[in-house]
Design a protein around this ligand. Structure first.
Ligand code: ADP
Ligand code: MG
Length: 246
């Protein structure tokens, strides 16, 4: 596709690209090699899993993608922008406007109702009261929790709390949702239901999902699985196919 010497990008650019990513922590005079020379691409509107045992570098990778941490070496590109070119304000704006987060521990504020928890990111963005109410109601409806809108986290099951967290991410209309061990505190059946919900985020809302996890159910559900071992990319697998690379 050459035209006057210009090359055009392929139709579908990766949503996220990490290139030769290395992160070394310095702890009490020792170097901890959390990630070593990892390169991978995450395509839009897919569910991608980054898997590996505890300590393999998964959370480090997610923090680098979110711009919450800086690599020792290598590059991180998110939605066409290179993270190291963004200052703190620009990273904050990227996280607020384009990314959603779901954590193992749900991350809900205990004194607030489901509805209030879902509305927090919208408050921080000064979304008008009317629009906020609409988006919160829509997100809670989408995760099937309209009837629990006025419940506080302790009045909800683990699975319901995680669905509130998904609704909170969804209400910001993100392009990408980053989830760190989202099924880690759920029994397998509840975890299964959460993954079904995550799958619907891809198919119905066109959201790119990145899950880091060591849950076999996540590995089974994901379209692409990148496996880390000791901070290195061991292999990449496509759903239903044997090893793709490495
Ligand atoms: P995972 O999420 O796969 O369990 P992490 O990314 O949390 O793995 O950690 C990878 C490695 O880096 C581990 O050996 C961990 O102890 C180490 N590590 C993580 N965060 C820090 C930190 N802030 N300081 C020092 N070492 C860290
Ligand atoms: Mg972790």
């Amino acid at each position: 596709m050459m035209n006057n010497g210009k090359t055009y990008p392929p139709v579908s650019e990766p949503a996220i690209r990490v290139v030769n990513l290395t992160r070394v922590y310095h702890l009490a005079g020792e170097d901890v090699h959390a990630l070593t020379d990892v390169s991978l691409e995450i395509m839009p509107r897919q569910m991608t899993a980054i898997v590996g045992r505890s300590g393999s570098g998964k959370t480090t990778m997610l923090n680098l993608i979110a711009g919450l941490d800086d690599p020792t070496a290598g590059e991180v590109w998110v939605l066409g922008q290179q993270m190291k070119t963004l200052d703190e304000a620009a990273r904050l704006a990227l996280r607020r406007d384009k990314l959603g987060f779901v954590f193992q521990s749900f991350g809900l504020l205990p004194l607030l109702t489901a509805e209030e928890n879902v509305g927090i990111p919208l408050r921080m963005r000064n979304v008008s009261r009317k629009e906020r109410d609409e988006r919160v109601a829509e997100a809670l409806d989408w995760v099937g929790l309209t009837k629990r809108s006025h419940h506080r986290p302790y009045e909800l099951s683990g699975g319901e709390q995680q669905r509130v967290a998904v609704a909170r991410a969804l209400a910001s209309h993100p392009e990408v949702i980053l989830a760190d061990e989202p099924t880690g505190q759920l029994d397998s059946q509840t975890g299964r239901r959460l993954l079904d919900l995550m799958r619907r985020l891809v198919t119905e809302r066109n959201i790119t999902i990145v899950i880091v996890s060591h849950d076999p159910q996540v590995m089974q559900e994901a379209d692409v699985v990148h496996e880390l071992r000791d901070g290195k990319l061991l292999e990449t697998r496509l759903k239903g196919q044997p090893v793709l690379a490495r």
